[in-house]
Write a protein that binds this ligand. Structure first.
Ligand SMILES: NC(=O)c1ccc[n+]([C@@H]2O[C@H](COP(=O)([O-])OP(=O)(O)OC[C@H]3O[C@@H](n4cnc5c(N)ncnc54)[C@H](OP(=O)(O)O)[C@@H]3O)[C@@H](O)[C@H]2O)c1
Length: 442
């Protein structure tokens, strides 16, 4: 909300010159004519904040740009209209955004971790200051889902949202599926090709997907879902045998982020959310999302079913989303940062994870003796779980050839009933390895 002394120019400071920051520098140069045609203004990069001033850079900065390692050079500069935060992490990023908003500057960020875990005070500050706090790049990279939920679908009641939101995990799962690699080899390949970080935990353990899901829940349902309350299961322990057996049954395993509105036993409407690897039927579009791509399927009361697919990461795809937000700043768009009129979003009413209903895939490694299936079916029946498919694969490629995988697909049941059935099966000492279960999308 600066007093623009040069109305035809938007002066910006860029915090971070890594993958996304470098992509933005390239786009500001390559698409300068488009920016002017769209907004009637030029976006002028004045200062760039980095950690290491001596590091060689992938992009050449325009001659007048000041490179600094002092964040105050950006936040305290009255000539800067807006700050782009793409350093990642939480503490310094939060400090930069907070100080920039205090100074009345508009902010664009790609930082899903910060906005999911500690975003509410920043949204409150932006609201108080009348500043834009835009974050299109924080969810699904180039896919324009933040603005879509805030504006294009604003008149809809959203029923559900399900997505593949982490390109690293999807790349690993795709390679495990098509090349029959085990998890460790697929991860190593992803790291060598630059699709996975040296420390891939946030991606493969599901927390990056959960950060994005937390932001999507706010945008779609206008409520705050406390980040630590989102049940999260990653793909670190996924075994090649489950990918193979799922494939034979007509499914691909994908890391899914899902939220949907459901009724609990008292008919109260609640949100059921979670991040988990799931079997996705091959005829679903989501099953065909391969490599490092992201995708989202939304169901809404008026728009119906919508599917979005695109690059969820990378320098130019992510910078595309950052630049779109900067164009909104250049046009002096009204903030509408959360997408809702009331500044304080209520807490989400959430379904307890045990009550969540799903179909399941269950693999039990058993000794191949007559009656083993009868015993297991008895345990399932005791918990009122109906089986839709049972396969015993004596020829499956397992680490221990004296046991065979018994695979059961169930009709819809609750997580609570599945846990109880597993407890009964374990009590009979039938499984020779820990039982593996996954949700099955239907
Ligand atoms: N990469 C993607 O495809 C992608 C996609 C969507 C969203 N995002 C989000 O975008 C943000 C940036 O990601 P990235 O991949 O571009 O990160 P990156 O390649 O690691 O770059 C981070 C940049 O920030 C600078 N930096 C880090 N800590 C700093 C500090 N304390 N003070 C000053 N500068 C600091 C680094 O400086 P030096 O270069 O001097 O080390 C570097 O230039 C993250 O929030 C990420 O989650 C990334």
């Amino acid at each position: 909300m600066q007093d623009h002394s040069e109305p035809n120019k938007l002066f910006i400071g860029l915090a971070g010159l890594g993958t996304v920051g470098s992509g933005l520098v390239t786009l500001l140069k390559d698409n300068a004519d488009i920016i002017r045609k769209r907004t009637g203004r030029s976006i002028i990069l004045k200062k760039v904040l980095v950690h290491n001033l001596n590091k060689p850079r992938k992009v050449e900065l325009p001659p007048d740009v000041v490179l600094t390692d002092n964040l105050h050079d950006l936040t305290d500069d009255p000539t800067l209209d807006a700050i782009v935060e793409v350093i990642g992490g939480q503490d310094t990023a939060s400090q930069i955004i907070s100080k920039a908003l205090d100074a009345g500057k508009d902010v664009v960020t790609a930082n899903k971790a910060l906005l999911a875990e500690n975003g509410l005070p920043l949204f409150a500050k932006a609201n108080e200051k009348g500043c834009l706090l835009r974050y299109e790049a924080s969810v699904a990279g180039a896919i324009p889902i933040v603005q879509t939920l805030k504006e294009s679908l604003a008149g809809n009641r959203i029923f559900s949202l399900i997505g593949i939101l982490n390109g690293t995990s999807n790349y690993i799962l795709s390679r495990m599926t098509t090349e029959k690699l085990d998890f460790a080899s697929a991860l190593k390949e992803a790291q060598e090709l630059g699709f996975a970080e040296a420390d891939p935990s946030l991606d493969i353990d599901g927390f990056d997907t959960a950060h994005k899901l937390c932001l999507l829940i706010r945008l779609a349902f206008g409520v705050h879902y406390n980040f630590p309350d989102i049940p999260v299961q990653g793909i670190r322990n996924l075994q090649a045998i489950d990918i193979q057996l799922a494939n034979e049954l007509g499914y691909h395993i994908k890391l899914i982020g899902q939220v949907r509105e459901v009724s609990d036993t008292t008919k109260t409407s609640k949100l059921e959310a979670g991040v988990f690897p799931a079997l996705v039927p091959l005829h679903f579009l989501l099953a065909r999302v391969d490599g490092s791509f992201n995708a989202l399927h939304i169901t809404a009361n008026a728009a119906g079913s919508l599917f979005f697919h695109g690059r969820g990461a990378g320098d130019l795809p992510t910078a595309s989303a950052v630049l779109a937000d900067l164009l909104a700043v250049a046009r002096h768009e009204s903030p509408n940062n959360t997408g809702y009129f009331e500044p304080n979003l209520p807490m989400a009413l959430t379904l307890s994870p045990g009550q969540a209903a799903s179909c399941y895939y269950m693999r039990i490694m058993v000794e191949d003796y007559p009656g083993v299936l009868r015993d297991i079916a008895g345990c399932m029946a005791c918990e009122q779980i109906n089986m839709s498919h049972v396969v015993q694969r004596a020829d499956a490629n397992t680490s221990n050839s004296s046991y065979v995988p018994l695979v059961i697909l169930t009709h819809e049941t609750t997580a609570q009933a599945m846990s109880a059935a597993i407890e009964r099966i374990n009590e009979l000492k039938l499984p020779k390895e820990p039982i593996v279960i996954f949700k099955v999308l239907a």
